[in-house]
Design a protein. Structure first.
Length: 595
RNA sequence: GGGGGUGUAGCUCAGUUGGUUAGAGCGAUCGCCUGUCACGCGAUAGGUCGAGGGUUCGAGUCCCUUCACUCCCGCCA
């Protein structure tokens, strides 16, 4: 028999009345009546109320013992009288009359209580993560994460994916995020890098003749954190398939995500697959972002032409448009009766966001004519008003916000404003998971800072044009078989059909200024591998942390991570990063340059 | 690297136009209490008001600098 317990803390019921049992767990809560003491004993499974009277030799000891101390309780299961039952508790019909105890581990005074749902500062939670994780909500989030991982594994295996592990110490590569470097003792002056993702390895796996691969892979990127992005490290469901086109990947992934979100989504609806496919271009036009929240019904409309025409006399906009700017309309249904403050507040919000403000127009029907209202309405002719209403597909019940700026800025800000207005008007239905694919990403983009063409996404993606036509095409017009999976405004995954033809890879890299020899040098393993018979292949890598975050209905990734780092990429519990000894440095041939 | 927010007891927070000795709840300690389940009641301890500087007769409160945390921008193929 187990030394510590005969039952766990959620097991005992009326069936066990009269049994002599042992429980072990944390003192969750004490209620001290002076001559009678109630102890809620908690373990991973639940809570059981234990009771002891002052006649008992252990009474004084238990009375003094601090919450969160771990004890072993031996005693009898007794029925609670009707009026003292606790229906909230699974074990609430019984209690344990304490006969004997053993203190297994005594707790000091707590920096934060486990009991209750109070919020606590995050640095304290991270420093004492082991206490934070005892709290109900965190404990459940982490269990959810475990269940999600198991489910994903099961689904992947059912779909004939094999789970492999790939190296953690690998080579630094020039593109992408900043690498974490690990000095090599055996090779002074040389470094390993932690993988930003197992990208090259998974392609090698395909080239090695395995048909489908997956891994719940740690990815290391030395970049700054966000609420939905851990600094330092995160996990991806890395997957790759041989002999597939884009649609084959979608067909495998869609049911897995649908089932996953139905199973763990706490009753929320999930849109049926196939998920909508939205081109990158269309997504920017309609939603102002490549990760649209489709629960928000607002769609942006380009109204540059209307502001350009002589029917609108708004000089500021005309001037911006003359300098190649664009005007975006944000049509919002049923808002014409909103008070002035609604529009003013959004205008103030826009200014606080760094925009010059947000113009708006409302409408009114007067003698069968629709006329514009609001500060800028006087600049519109009757014809322009009608044209606006027609272009934006709205009625006089609705209103329109305008964003006018240089194209990239205008798109970006109208997207942010779309989301803000949607939230403000509570248009976003939080009982939905709304998935879509964003497809047809451009292969390249123009880097304004560096004044040169650069990759817009993954350089290993396959361009959508034939290799023969590549050189004569405008690089900025070339699309790639590159796609993102988006849910509720979060980018859950990137993926691509890979470029498995070395000659084509050289061409692709050449456009951003990489010579053949540079590519051969930087991606030697990859080029070598592709030169001895490589299957066409593709895949993707959904972010595990974000999936769990969505399913746990949290806005912060640290709520679903066991031991996360803070925003400064510090582990407050383990105190990483830390200084190391001179001896360690010497062995690694490293000298610290003090700033 | 840049911008916003926050910082008062172990924790959550209040603190008026600058004005006496900075408060409450939870927690802690001590005492009382035999049916609670957020037990109750009483008392006690606990503060460099994040730090430094300035303005002022007087600063938790105003100004400057700085630090920590957080959110965002940059960055994250």
């Amino acid at each position: 028999m187990n030394k510590f317990r005969t039952h766990n803390c959620s097991e005992l019921t009326e069936k066990d009345i009269g049994k002599n049992i042992r429980l072990s767990g944390w003192i969750h809560r004490k209620r001290d009546h002076g001559n009678l003491l109630f102890l809620d004993i908690r373990d991973h499974f639940g809570i059981t109320q234990c009771v002891i009277e002052n006649k008992d030799k252990n009474f004084k000891i238990l009375e003094k013992l601090k919450p969160e101390s771990v004890i072993l309780v031996a005693g009898d299961v007794v029925k609670r009288s009707k009026d003292t039952e606790n229906k909230e508790l699974k074990t609430g019909l019984i209690e344990v009359a304490i006969k004997n105890i053993e203190i297994l581990s005594e707790a000091s005074e707590l920096p934060m209580p486990v009991f209750g749902e109070q919020e606590y500062p995050e640095d304290i939670r991270l420093k004492y993560r082991f206490i934070d994780l005892r709290r109900k909500e965190m404990h459940e989030n982490i269990q959810l994460r475990s269940k999600i991982l198991s489910f994903i594994r099961k689904k992947m295996l059912e779909n004939n994916f094999l789970e492999f592990q790939t190296p953690i110490l690998t080579a630094s590569s020039p593109e992408g995020a900043r690498d974490f470097l690990v000095p090599s003792r055996l090779h002074p002056g040389k470094f390993y890098a932690l993988p930003q993702a197992p990208q090259q390895f998974k392609q090698m796996v395909m080239i090695s003749g395995f048909d489908r691969y997956f891994q719940i892979a740690p990815c290391f990127r030395d970049e700054d954190g966000r609420a939905d992005r851990s600094p330092g490290e995160h996990y991806q469901l890395d997957m790759e398939m041989a002999f597939v086109e884009q649609d084959d990947v979608f067909k495998v992934v869609e049911p897995i995500f649908y089932d996953l979100f139905i199973k763990f989504g706490k009753g929320k609806k999930v849109n049926k697959h196939p998920f909508p496919r939205i081109t990158y271009k269309e997504s920017l036009e309609k939603y102002g972002t490549d990760k649209p929240d489709l629960r928000n019904p607002i769609e942006l409309v380009d109204v540059t032409k209307i502001f350009e025409s002589d029917d609108v006399k708004l000089k500021i906009f005309k001037e911006i448009i003359r300098k190649k700017g664009i005007a975006k309309a944000i049509p919002v249904k049923n808002t014409s009766s909103k008070p002035r403050s609604f529009f003013d507040n959004l205008n103030n919000w826009a200014i606080a966001e760094g925009a010059s403000g947000m113009a708006y127009i409302t409408f009114e029907k007067s003698k069968n004519k629709i006329i514009g209202k609001g500060p800028i309405s006087k600049f519109f002719s009757e014809k322009a008003i009608l044209e606006l209403i027609k272009t934006c597909k709205i009625s006089e019940q609705d209103s329109i916000f305008f964003v006018c700026n240089e194209a990239t800025e205008a798109i970006k800000f109208s997207g942010i404003a779309r989301q803000k207005i949607g939230e403000e008007l509570k248009l976003i239905d939080n009982t939905n998971f709304s998935f879509c694919w964003i497809i047809d990403y451009p292969m390249y983009q123009y880097d304004e800072k560096e004044k040169k063409i650069d990759f817009s996404h993954n350089p290993f993606s396959m361009p959508q044009i034939n290799i023969k036509d590549f050189d004569k095409s405008d690089p900025l017009k070339i699309l790639a078989y590159q796609y993102d999976l988006v849910c509720n405004g979060y980018e859950l995954s990137s993926g691509a059909i890979r470029n498995h033809i070395p000659e084509y890879l050289f061409k692709v890299f050449n456009k951003v200024g990489y010579s053949k020899s540079m590519v051969e040098k930087n991606f030697s393993g990859m080029i070598k591998a592709l030169s001895y018979g490589a299957p066409p292949h593709g895949g993707m890598a959904p972010g595990i942390d974000r999936i769990v975050m969505l399913l746990a209905d949290k806005k912060n990734i640290r709520e679903v991570t066991l031991f996360p780092m803070n925003q400064n990429a510090e582990d407050l519990l383990m105190e990483a990063p830390s200084e190391v000894t001179e001896k360690q440095l010497k062995e690694l041939n490293i000298k610290i340059i003090k700033k």
